[in-house]
Design a binder for this molecule. Sequence first.
Ligand SMILES: [Zn+2]
Length: 120
Amino acid sequence: MNTERSDYFRNKLLQMKGDLISKLNERYNEALSFGNDGTQDSGDEAYNIYNKNLMLGKVETDALKLQLVEQALIRITGGTYGVCIECEDEIEERRLEYVPFARFCTECKSEMEKKGLVRI
Ligand SMILES: [Zn+2]
């Protein structure tokens, strides 16, 4: 990948990183606020726990994405961005456009998914 393209993806990743961090902060605060008003009965409590877990699940996915974005930025710096970490083939730019933090080419990704090894 040439410098121009990797700069393009670096900017995309940095943008994504900023968005994920603010979303994470927001959701985290939201999750913490569930059930903290002190006025609910046990039905509300179950509902709040459900919501809290749902929210924390989303936080977990975003935290994982953030981690992948960080790793992709490191690969850009190291000059290995856009290369599948499994088979070392180039990852299709179409795929990177859609998932800038992709670690695997489409083929390896679907293999991994079949085996249940990756979620993202
Ligand atoms: Zn691959």
